[in-house]
Design a protein around this ligand. Structure first.
Ligand SMILES: Nc1ncnc2c1ncn2[C@@H]1O[C@H](COP(=O)(O)OP(=O)(O)O)[C@@H](O)[C@H]1O
Ligand SMILES: [Mg+2]
Length: 247
């Protein structure tokens, strides 16, 4: 056994379950890198399809039926191209702290998750305060926080009639706030205290890592913000995140 492995195994007790989880996380991380490459490759042929179909539509004497088909090809290719651009934008690593617009970031994530929500029959309502100031932070971190909380909510709502409300507002002059509320099954009192714990999950192995809310809470607090949850069995779950405008 080489040195680093020995040191590593001395530091933490790796149970078979933990090892399985770590292996799964590693696989997902690798798959993520591969998908970024695949998505990048898709961009070029999609642009060709979009521009070629637009050229055909500009031709004279194209029969109406053909025009309709070309229009569909073009709009589907544009939809895919939006999706791939979203994925690329999301997987990018540049950690720049700039002026970030909370509402635009919420819109970006909700557009990105349109398919996930539709697949589960969830209706998404936005109540955005467009008078909010921009905040100084890394937009990628904000995206990840929103994604973690919203994906959990979508995953919790399995029955038809799911509703998800995203509200943005201010919390005094120096802080902004967003509220993510679902009408899913809720979280029992005995687990509510544990949902931010590392590796705490109620999902099947391979479905949940138990890291989402742990990472989310740490990211929020590292920016001087805070995250609160309230939940009632059968009454849904609400997360409230506040962040300072300046750090
Ligand atoms: N909106 C929600 N509704 C019901 N339960 C939730 C919700 N959000 C989080 N949870 C609970 O918190 C647990 C931990 O979430 P998370 O840290 O993201 O890990 P994971 O999603 O991998 O299970 C989930 O397994 C689930 O039991
Ligand atoms: Mg999660």
């Amino acid at each position: 056994m080489n040195d680093s492995v020995a040191r590593y195994s001395n530091e933490a007790i790796i149970t078979p379950d933990l090892l399985k989880q770590m292996a799964y996380n590693e696989k997902m991380a690798e798959l993520g890198k591969i998908s970024a490459g695949v998505v990048h490759e898709l961009n070029a042929p999609l642009s060709v399809i979009i521009s070629a179909s637009q050229m055909i539509m500009r031709e004279d004497d194209v029969p109406e039926a053909v025009q309709e088909m070309i229009a569909r090809i073009s709009s589907e290719a544009q939809r895919l191209s939006q999706l791939t651009k979203g994925l690329l934008n999301f997987s990018s690593h540049d950690e720049t702290v700039g002026e970030t617009d909370l509402n635009l970031t919420v819109d970006f994530i909700l557009n990105f998750l349109t398919f996930e929500a539709a697949r589960r029959g969830v209706t998404v309502l936005r109540q955005l305060d467009y008078t909010l100031p921009v905040i100084r932070l890394d937009a990628n971190i904000l995206k990840q926080i929103l994604l973690n909380i919203i994906m959990n909510a979508l995953q919790a709502m399995e029955d038809a009639g799911g509703k998800l409300l995203i509200e943005t507002t201010n919390d005094g002059p120096d802080r902004i706030c967003f509220i993510i509320a679902d009408n899913g099954p809720g979280i029992p009192d005995e687990t509510l205290d544990r949902i931010f714990d590392r590796y705490f999950t109620t999902k099947k192995p391979g479905e949940g890592t138990g890291l989402g809310l742990f990472v989310t809470k740490n990211l929020v607090e590292s920016m001087g913000g805070d995250i609160k949850v309230s939940s009632r069995i059968g009454g849904g779950t609400t997360f409230v995140v506040t962040l300072p405008i300046q750090q």
